[in-house]
Write a new protein. Structure first.
Length: 314
């Protein structure tokens, strides 16, 4: 069982357009509505691949009710913590060439009492869990050390923790000893306050996070693939996608596949890459089913590839 926490979930509407032209009326060619939020996506990806997961999330207002209905319709085991504010809605505009424009609402403010209730819900949900994945941005009202404090309690209880967040929240969480953190290229560069122009520079930055307390660092690099810096060493890889549809949720699928495969070295990275590639081939923030994951598209690279320049953001 893998428990996920999403502090700032959303309803995600993805709209496909022929071309985004500001100031004009644009007719959509396709629209989808999916549950959103990093932890939510991890649970959805795990469920689609028949891996047990439970999603803990705060919900409020009509949007929150709809979010829970959508998740339960997919079969997701939801622990919904009621809050006074309304769940946010996000919009993704996707163009045929792969260009993505996202509009994300800030989300509701969480009170101290609501945050305590969420924490207790996570702890109660971990009875048979091997992992807790705490994912996503912190909503208004939540201090930067929240993930760190939650991680410390879980680690003390012998539960492995994955953290996927950014900025000060990421740096604070690293110090609490998570099993794995999953920044993208931009988030990793921000964490070490330096540009990342090659795989080698990304490795050096990941080692900085390991020196601060994280056991393993899984870095999503967009079209450049992904990188794993762990106790077993360094490995990078990529996966070919013939017809990319949307990169939304690809990093979440990467983490889900990595955890599902045991979070243990190159084989787990390869599985995560296969899941991420399958997600990129789907519209919106759809998560791939088991029969949509093609592992033959994955290529792993050894350390001789570290000088390769990075051409895309994570």
């Amino acid at each position: 069982m893998i428990v996920t926490l999403t502090l700032n979930p959303s309803l995600d509407r993805a709209v496909e357009v022929e071309r985004l032209e500001p100031g004009t009326v644009i007719r959509a060619t396709r629209a989808t509505l999916d549950p959103g939020g990093k932890g939510v996506n991890v649970s959805r990806a795990l469920l689609a691949a028949s891996v047990p997961s439970r999603a803990v999330l705060p919900v409020g207002g009509p949007e929150g009710d709809q979010l829970v209905r959508l998740l339960r319709a997919e079969g997701v085991d939801v622990v919904a913590v009621q809050i006074r504010g309304g769940t946010r809605s996000n919009i993704t505009l996707a163009e045929p060439d792969g260009t993505i424009t996202k509009i994300n609402e800030p989300g509701p403010t969480l009170s101290a009492d609501e945050l305590d209730a969420i924490t207790e819900a996570v702890l109660a949900a971990t009875g048979t869990a091997g992992w807790v994945a705490a994912c996503g941005s912190l909503p208004p009202g939540v201090t930067d050390d929240y993930y760190a404090r939650l991680c410390a309690r879980l680690v003390a209880a012998g539960i492995r923790v994955a953290v996927d967040t950014s900025g000060p929240a990421l740096l604070a969480a690293v110090s609490a000893g998570p099993t794995v953190v999953k920044p993208n290229r931009e988030e990793l560069a921000e964490a070490v306050d330096a540009p990342l122009r090659s795989v080698g520079e990304a490795v050096e930055a990941a080692q900085v996070l390991r020196s601060k307390g994280a056991r393993d660092v899984l870095v999503s690099l967009g079209s450049d693939g992904a990188l794993l810096v762990s106790e077993q060493g360094v490995v990078s890889g990529d996966a070919h996608v013939a017809e990319p549809r949307s990169t939304v949720g690809a990093g979440d699928a990467l983490l889900a596949g990595y955890l599902a495969a045991g979070a243990d070295g190159p084989a787990s990275l390869a599985e995560g890459l296969a899941w991420a590639a399958a997600a990129v081939a789907l519209p919106g923030s759809r998560m791939p089913a088991a029969n949509q994951i093609h592992r033959t598209a994955v290529r792993l690279h050894d350390r001789t590839n570290l000088s390769r320049p990075l051409v895309s953001s994570g």
